[in-house]
Design a protein around this ligand. Structure first.
Ligand code: ATP
Ligand code: PRP
Length: 212
């Protein structure tokens, strides 16, 4: 059996065409059925539905052979035990530093003041500000980061931005891009060796469908 870990929502939707290119069609939608294990047209392939940030953990421990995870999630996880053979070019967005409109980020950074940074992406934020030589206090949040500067919890946030609508709706502005983000195919290192004959065609179909 080949098990593929996916998260509901944009990753599932954007992975469907890639699965189809590999000849894999889910037998139902996770939104409609609420099932966490979903069969496919192939008796030897099943999907498991997990939180986006849990995908690398399932694949690392071999509970799934393959998975699809954002670069943001992979940086936070660390990537141990995972091959990342294909950038799928899906779920594209940017990791940004954002502040309240009117907050003088450039001056705060130059002054050498400690910056209060609220984020779900503490690894990414730590590396970014360390590389700039900016001292920061990291405040770990699990969502709704946009609220933090509005209520005085933090000076800045580090969050994903796509259209910018969420920032605008909350009177925030992006002041720095940290990196561009897309999702990658991840493969359990041991499975890649032990199940090579079955996994390799799936990896190659994903690679071709993703454009290279
Ligand atoms: P979790 O459920 O673990 O808290 P999440 O809510 O971030 O994670 P999703 O919203 O499904 O999960 O996002 C999955 C992935 O899609 C993210 O890891 C990121 O790589 C990418 N992503 C997040 N937000 C956007 C966006 N607005 N536009 C495009 N891609 C995005
Ligand atoms: C992500 C991210 C931002 C938003 C940015 O949230 O955390 O809040 O998208 O997108 P925008 O620039 O197009 O507005 P998501 O939609 O995944 O919501 P969630 O984190 O609550 O799942």
């Amino acid at each position: 059996m080949i098990t593929i870990a996916l998260s509901k929502g944009r990753i599932f939707e954007e992975t469907l065409p890639l699965l189809a290119a590999a000849g894999i069609v889910p037998s139902e939608s996770p939104e409609a059925s609420r099932k966490l294990i979903i069969g496919t047209n192939r008796p030897d392939v099943q999907l498991i539905i997990v939180r986006a940030s849990d995908v690398p953990t399932y694949v690392q421990h071999g509970a799934a052979d393959l998975g699809v995870a954002g670069k943001d999630v992979l940086i936070e996880h660390g990537g141990d035990g995972l091959y990342q053979p294909v950038d799928l070019n899906i779920a594209k967005c940017r990791m940004m530093v954002a502040t309240r409109v009117g907050f003088d980020y450039a001056t705060a950074v130059q002054r050498g003041a400690r910056l209060r940074v609220a984020t779900k992406y503490v690894q990414t934020a730590r590396l970014h500000f360390a590389a700039k030589g900016v001292h920061c206090d990291l405040i770990k949040l699990y969502g709704s980061m946009e609220l933090a500067p509005l209520v005085g919890l933090a000076d800045v946030i580090v969050d994903l931005v796509s259209t910018g609508n969420t920032l605008t709706a909350n009177h925030l502005v992006a002041v720095e891009e940290i990196m561009t983000i897309s999702s990658r195919l991840v493969v359990n290192e041991a499975a890649m060796k032990l199940k090579h004959a079955t996994l390799q065609p799936i990896v190659e179909a994903f690679r071709q469908a993703a454009g290279g």
